[in-house]
Ligand binder design. Structure first.
Ligand SMILES: CC1=C(CCC(=O)O)c2cc3nc(cc4[nH]c(cc5[nH]c(cc1n2)c(C)c5CCC(=O)O)c(CCC(=O)O)c4C)C(CCC(=O)O)=C3C
Length: 469
């Protein structure tokens, strides 16, 4: 039985790997001329091979670690010496420890970051009736005041979704607080309990240390995970068609593929869609129409409506006049800066520090979030130049720039808006009734790498089980 996988990001690569391991015949179509999607490597001007795309995966979830182990890749952990910061009123400060995605459990944990008036407001939590899937921003602002949202919750959420708290669903992005919304109970109490229970349940430690890492990566960067998957897939006989875009899927299945030689039709027994949600929506929509399956056509329309955020990462190699401290910073939307976040990659990752010359540093700066216009109005050169100037002014430094490069992540992060979970369960109930159609990616069960791996594995499992059933 042959499977066409459409899209070669982490989701499509994982799915192809799982299918090939089960002995299935697989062809992967990828519109770009490279595999990896958001996982992008670069030689950083010859200084070191590293990431210009996603640069870490969560450690707490097992999927990324398991896949690394399966592929024989050795995990790398962040430095425990450097901490993340937050820009408040033009000043960099430590991110308060006792919060859940910026939502505090106790007012004393955010004093100094939130103004005295803001602290007073959050002590007077206002219960506001039962709510069904509000936005995080609306819900927390009503309960604890808008300042907590603007200063803490919004930048931390943006550090995951490149989105705005006022457009992201509480159910999908902060499910631990959903009960407090539905049952109209205290958020402060809920956060306090969650954080207290976390302190007791200690997870696995980095070998030889007592700290539990937040992130995991690879020597050479997270892009190495995509490269290793690609190589293993090829060894297992998977065919890759790079630079070939699937524009339509018809019953049968017949795929309309456009590549350098023009348009042609290809056939497959199964189709697994692994593209960003809006593209998946077009493909499922056209298939639904062809099959006369109006529910599938409707699922396609729903997926086409998923909004995504564009952002760019500017990566710079600097010659440091003095020591750089910290692992990076996040910036609330109301701060008048050009960049929205920065990661001090060589401080965060000992493997990278060990590969660049003494006295240099690798720094990443993010530009653009949901609904922002900087990417459309600036060339790469302008993005790099303005970002570096802004970074120097925020940090008060004047390091010499040895190299910069810009990677644009167009439509990379889907926005889990209010109603998202409901939409996904509707789409899934339609797709999962078709035993030869799979749907994977970052729009369904989480945006991170572990969630993408998990979704890809479970969809492949369903397809294989349904064949033998
Ligand atoms: C797009 C994007 C930006 C740019 C943002 C923009 O400019 O808009 C960014 C920046 C940053 N993100 C940062 C910190 C964190 N990011 C996290 C988690 C995640 N980020 C993601 C993406 C992004 N990250 C994703 C897809 C996840 C979820 C992983 C999963 O769910 O599988 C978590 C774990 C949260 C948890 O505990 O769940 C932390 C602590 C810091 C601080 C400094 C540092 O330490 O580098 C910075 C500059």
């Amino acid at each position: 039985m042959s499977t066409a996988v459409i899209g070669a990001g982490i989701s499509g690569l994982t799915a192809a790997f799982e299918l090939a391991q089960a002995g299935e015949k697989v062809t992967v179509y990828e519109a770009n001329h490279r595999v990896g999607g958001s996982l992008v490597g670069s030689d950083l001007g010859g200084y070191a091979h590293g990431d210009v795309g996603a640069e870490a995966s969560l450690y707490a979830r097992p999927e990324t670690r398991e896949l690394m182990q399966q592929l024989g890749l050795e995990p790398q952990y962040p430095s425990t010496e450097h901490k993340s910061q937050l820009l408040v009123g033009g000043q960099l400060m430590k991110i308060p420890a006792g919060t859940l995605m910026g939502v505090p459990g106790r007012h004393t944990d955010v004093t100094g970051v939130v103004s005295p008036a803001g602290v007073e407001r959050l002590q007077q939590e206002q219960l506001n009736g039962s709510q069904d899937d509000p936005s995080v921003g609306d819900f927390i602002a009503q309960r604890l005041g808008a300042e907590v949202v603007d200063t803490l919750v919004d930048p931390l959420l943006a550090g995951v979704y490149a989105g705005s708290a006022y457009h992201l669903s509480l159910r999908s992005t902060l499910p631990a607080l959903e009960t407090a919304a539905r049952e109209n109970t205290s958020v402060l109490d809920a956060v306090d309990q969650i954080l207290a229970s976390r302190k007791v349940t200690q997870g696995a430690n980095i070998p030889g240390t007592t700290a539990r890492p937040v992130f995991v990566s690879l020597d050479g960067g997270m892009n190495g995970l995509a490269r290793a998957l690609y190589e293993r897939c090829r060894e297992l006989g998977v065919t890759f068609r790079l630079g070939e875009k699937v524009s339509r899927v018809r019953a049968g299945y017949s795929l309309t593929v456009s590549g350098p030689q023009g348009e042609r039709a290809e056939v497959a027994d199964r189709v697994l869609v692994a593209t960003p949600a809006p593209v998946a929506g077009q493909l499922l929509g056209s298939l639904g129409e062809d099959l006369g399956n109006s529910e599938l056509a409707g699922a396609g329309v729903a997926l086409e409506r998923v909004e995504t955020a564009d952002s760019a990462v500017v990566t710079a190699v600097l010659e440091c006049a003095s020591e750089l401290t910290g692992s990076g910073f996040l910036i609330p939307p109301n701060e008048p800066t050009f960049i929205k976040a920065s990661t001090f990659a060589s401080n965060k990752w000992p493997w990278l520090q060990g590969r660049i010359p003494d006295g240099t540093a690798v720094v990443r700066m993010s530009v653009g979030r949901y609904r922002s216009t900087e990417l459309a109005t600036h060339t790469d050169e302008q993005l790099a130049q303005k970002s570096v100037a802004d970074w120097m002014s925020i940090t008060g430094r004047s390091d010499r720039v040895l190299h910069t490069e810009v990677w644009r992540h167009v439509g990379a992060l889907p926005q889990y808006q209010p109603g998202h979970a409901h939409m996904v369960s509707g789409v899934d109930s339609v797709v999962k009734r078709i035993p030869t159609l799979g749907l994977v990616g970052n729009a369904f069960e989480g945006v991170g790498i572990p969630a993408c791996i998990n979704r890809a594995r479970s969809e492949v499992q369903r397809l294989i089980t349904e064949r033998t059933a």
